[in-house]
Design a protein around this ligand. Structure first.
Ligand code: ANZ
Length: 976
């Protein structure tokens, strides 16, 4: 059992959970070759496995932890409400939302004053799923909203839009099941999402709302496709897809689990089909190089680098031998990153789909090879390349010649080599590669050591040594190559030089990045604007003037059963005429993948209604790039890589002015469900402590209700058996676990401001955190306290007062200092996106203010301004009660005055005749005379000074006061 110890301080003194550790297995991102690296972790996989396991826990009130707010509600029907409405959020929130809407408060005008600085802050726009908003959504959205509001108050022109990534599979699947048009389902979901977002008070400019399914939007998605086509960056190719014969449809990778369809469990095979591809590989180097200048999380940059997977090596030709061992004209070209090991290549492997395979395979071996190819076609690349999987393969019946050693070596067919990487063929060096070693050991192929470790250590028998070192057993004077004694690096260089000289190979850079498969056999996507002439089959682009090419209406969304996309059923739409030749033609029936619309939406927000251009040049120049882009880590690779690719193409054709679309990307952590407790039991049903369960080998688990749990030190234990430690676990929220928290419920019970503030206070923005009902009660109480401080306590019958309690008094020095300290901290923390610690500073302010007998208006006003990006409804309400007729949204954010930040007094050591006799507290600019007077009045020091003749005073301002007494005139012993 893998348990993680996490020390966490309880809420609310400090934000909970700082560095959680997740349990996940790694898997490769791409169909990788053999050297799977641990960094290759699929982000989506991370999310699937999101479970947080801990002994110690955080912020969990013993009395209240429930799996959902609805459950809390159900319980509250039986018992009186624990938390009363701390302030009238249910009245003020809808009131201010209406105000903002009616006054178009957050509209960013088309003609902004471009002499002012700009701030473009963007959320990754959501797919409007049928489930509505999840509490995970407001986490990122609140953060961007705080930034947007903060920057507006600092005088920036802010662009803060929202839209919908609205094409997608679920709506189409729902359409197949129910016959409801995907557009209807999608629009319904959009409406729900929009009203949920509005209920949270986000300051989006709703007049810029866009949706990828609107023809006026996808007109430009299609236009970009035509530009790619024009430049040879879109092309057609036969590509293997996941074909499910039983369902008669092509499936997306995520719809295939362990070789069968996710729905129905039918076998899925890989079948070549005509597809549209985008040549992202042409941009591989630029996508890699330009990463360096981005202010993105290092982890994302690393994932993108791994995904692009640049490797330097060589291609070398191995000559195929006939059955008599004579050289033929056929060559097998391999790709290797270790040319230094070439003398150790004791066999070749070609992928089952290697194009030349059928021409080299011997008659005797043909049947077994074909059988093997068939089995391999049913496996995913991932299954094939798993390091732990036992290697399989068949002999092709033919041999090739190692060009360096001159020895004949067998050619095998094995699925651990992929047809899609390098050349689809490798030289296998079993002494120095783990996969080759496993394979050679299984099939009794010779293993030849050609690299010795630099440290002189011996090889571990039964294992490959894959490191670099000094070359041995690598000389053949007949071919003019001797690399013995060289380092791996020098040897690799020498081998490439030799291969180039004798015409048997060359240096080669390879990328793992593949061209982007851009066609889907689906209805609910953007039509690809291409037609095919009926007579010649030639493909032609639809004229730009004919865009948008709209999606035809369809009643039957079921797959055709032949692999033809559903759009082929729209017969009258499919049949068309080529406008330039007048010849009959048919339309492309594949549609674009969901990634297409999200590749460039950030540009459209700059100019959403433009019908002549994708985006107006001047507007693009002003608003680009996006300054802060916030979203989930699951988009670390695909979305962010695809949009960078399109952006670079648009840059090359002069549509955009920056090389990169997103200056700064931030991933918010995910929110896990409430903590659940489990006890371990032995097979007789006795409880055993979680820390000793592993020793048992086999044990049972039982869920424990929170009432039976108590915290003991860092751990959770059974209340009635404190020696039994429990496992405390937080899982990803999911319907099946019943731990989903619905934001609507939280808003109706505590208000949107409480939800916003809680999500920001849960912990560091980028970390994952667990939901905790008592935590939201905590922030709600804080808001209630704030309200009571400024407005006053509720009247005895529960109603809330009008007006405020502030006074017109001049603030005291202490009040000014407290305020300016808070301003400085809140400003610094918003700028550093450390929202949780900014909130702590505001909580400290309120604690301090409760000790004052008067609340001067000047102080409270500034505080309300600080609060407003976080809890805008409450801030607007108090602001208007303070006598301001306009919204708080464009008021200047307070600036901390350094004069109030400095500590004003210093502790000054006082020496008498060179000996420190005490200290005095003085104002910073205090004069020598004042310091001396204070010292003479000090109880301790006075007895040394009073009435004594003074010879000299040495005063260093702020540092020391030294008094030298006139010893001749002092009676002996009087001052010792
Ligand atoms: C011989 C060798 C010896 C290799 C050795 C490695 C270690 P990266 O760095 O990922 O580019 N390879 C090449 N093409 C492959 C394919 N289509 N399927 C599976 N494996 C393939 O990896 C390049 C290395 O992966 C190449 O270097 C090749 O094995 C293997 F001690 O060649 B090497």
């Amino acid at each position: 059992m893998n348990l993680t110890h996490t020390k966490i301080q309880p809420f609310p003194h400090s934000p909970p959970l700082t560095h959680p550790t997740f349990l996940f297995s790694s898997r490769s991102l791409l169909p990788f070759p053999r050297n799977l690296k641990p960094a290759h972790v699929s982000p989506s996989f991370l999310y699937k496995k999101h479970t947080l396991l801990l002994y110690g826990c955080f912020g969990v009130s013993r009395s209240r932890t429930r799996s959902s707010v609805s459950e809390v509600k159900a319980e509250q029907k039986q018992k009186p409400l624990l938390v009363k409405r701390a302030y009238p959020f249910d009245e003020i929130e809808p009131k201010w939302q209406r105000y903002w809407e009616q006054n178009r408060t957050f509209r960013t005008p088309n003609d902004v004053d471009t002499s002012k600085p700009k701030f473009y802050v963007l959320d990754m726009f959501p797919y409007p799923s049928g489930a509505g908003l999840h509490v995970g959504h407001p986490l990122g959205y609140t953060a961007t909203d705080i930034l947007a509001r903060f920057k507006r108050m600092q005088g920036y022109n802010v662009l803060h839009p929202m839209g919908w990534d609205a094409f997608g599979l679920p709506a189409e699947q729902y359409a197949i099941e129910t016959g409801t048009h995907p557009k209807l389902t999608t629009l319904r979901n959009i409406n729900r999402f929009r009203s949920q977002l509005k209920s949270l008070g986000f300051s989006y400019d709703w007049e810029r709302e866009i949706s990828t399914i609107e023809p006026q939007y996808y007109k430009w998605t299609q236009w970009i496709f035509l530009q790619l086509l024009k430049r040879g960056l879109a092309y057609q190719a036969e590509v293997p897809v996941n074909w499910c014969p039983a369902l008669g449809t092509v499936l997306a990778n995520e719809e295939v689990v362990d070789g069968v369809s996710e729905r129905g469990g039918h076998p899925v095979i890989r079948k070549p089909m005509r597809q549209w591809m985008l040549k992202i590989t042409a941009y591989a180097d630029r996508l890699l190089e330009d990463l360096d200048e981005l202010d993105w999380p290092e982890s994302i940059k690393e994932m993108q680098k791994n995904w692009i997977g640049r490797s330097e090596g060589a291609e070398v030709e191995f000559c195929v031998l006939d059955s008599d061992g004579r050289e033929t004209d056929m060559k097998i070209t391999i790709y290797t990153t270790r040319p230094d090991t070439i003398f150790g290549a004791t066999y070749l492997v070609v992928a089952p789909e290697y194009t030349l395979l059928s021409s080299i395979v011997s008659t005797e071996q043909r049947e077994s090879v074909e059988e093997y190819q068939d089995i391999a076609s049913r496996k995913s690349d991932l299954e094939r390349t798993e390091l732990q999987k036992e290697k399989t393969g068949v002999f092709s019946g033919c041999c090739a010649k190692n060009p360096t050693s001159g020895e004949p070596i067998p050619v095998w067919v094995a699925d651990y080599v992929l047809g899609s990487y390098g050349t689809g063929a490798i030289m296998a060096v079993p002494a120095h590669d783990a996969c080759d070693h496993q394979f050679a050991s299984k099939f009794n192929i010779p293993i030849k050591w050609v690299v010795t470790p630099n440290n002189g250590s011996c090889f571990e028998s039964g294992k490959a040594y894959s490191g670099e070192g000094i070359i041995v057993n690598s000389s053949n004077l007949k071919v003019g190559l001797d690399i013995n004694g060289l380092s791996s690096k020098e040897a690799a260089y020498r081998v490439i030089e030799w291969a180039e000289k004798v015409g048997k190979g060359k240096k080669k850079v390879n990328y793992k990045l593949r061209d982007w498969l851009f066609a889907r056999q689906r209805y609910w996507g953007e039509p690809i604007p291409v037609i095919f002439l009926e007579d010649s089959g030639e493909s032609l682009p639809v004229l730009e003037s004919e865009l948008p090419l709209t999606l035809p209406e369809l009643d039957d969304f079921t797959p055709s059963g032949t692999g033809e996309p559903p759009l082929s059923k729209a017969v009258s739409w499919v049949k068309t005429i080529d406008p330039s030749s007048g010849k009959p033609a048919t339309r492309e029936t594949n549609t674009m993948p969901q990634w297409a619309g999200s590749c460039w939406y950030y540009l459209r927000f700059m100019d959403p209604k433009n019908s002549n251009e994708l985006v107006d040049k001047a507007k693009e120049k002003y608003w680009s790039p996006v300054d802060v882009y916030v979203g989930g880590a699951e988009h670390a690779v695909l979305h962010l890589l695809y949009s960078r690719f399109w952006h670079k193409v648009l840059y090359d054709i002069g549509v955009v002015s920056t090389k990169e679309p997103f200056k700064c990307v931030i991933n918010q952590g995910i929110i896990l469900g409430e903590v659940q407790y489990t006890a371990c039991k032995d097979t007789d049903g006795n409880y055993i402590s979680a820390d000793s369960a592993d020793d048992l080998g086999e044990y049972l688990q039982e869920n424990i209700s929170e009432e039976r749990v108590v915290k003991s030190g860092e751990f959770f234990v059974l209340k009635d058996s404190p020696n039994i430690r429990l496992i405390a676990r937080a899982h990803k929220m999911s319907k099946s676990r019943g731990n989903v928290v619905n934001p609507d419920d939280v808003v109706s019970e505590y208000g949107a401001d409480s939800l916003r503030l809680y999500e920001m206070f849960m912990g560091p923005f980028r970390d994952s955190k667990t939901w905790n009902t008592s935590g939201i009660e905590g922030v709600h109480r804080f808001l209630g306290r704030t309200w009571r401080l400024i407005v006053g306590s509720p009247l005895h019958h529960g109603a809330f007062k009008d007006g405020t309690l502030v006074t017109d008094e001049e603030p005291t020095m202490e009040q000014l200092r407290t305020l300016h300290k808070c301003i400085a901290k809140v400003t610094e923390e918003i700028e550093g996106t450390r929202f949780n610690t900014g909130i702590s500073a505001m909580m400290e302010f309120i604690n301090a203010a409760y000790k004052w007998d008067k609340q001067p208006k000047a102080i409270i006003e500034a505080f309300v301004l600080l609060l407003s990006p976080y809890v805008p409804h409450m801030a607007e309400e108090i602001w208007s009660r303070l006598g301001h007729p306009d919204s708080i949204a464009y008021e200047a954010f307070p600036k901390a005055d350094p004069a109030y930040l400095k500590e004003s007094t210093v502790v000054l050591p006082v020496q008498i005749n060179g000996k420190t006799r005490g200290t005095i507290q003085v104002e910073k600019g205090c004069s020598e005379e004042d310091a001396f007077t204070l010292a003479s009045q000090d109880e301790k020091l006075s007895k040394y000074l009073n009435g004594k003749p003074i010879k000299k005073r040495i005063f260093v301002p702020g540092k020391i006061l030294n008094v030298i007494l006139d010893r001749q005139n002092v009676k002996a012993g009087s001052i010792q």
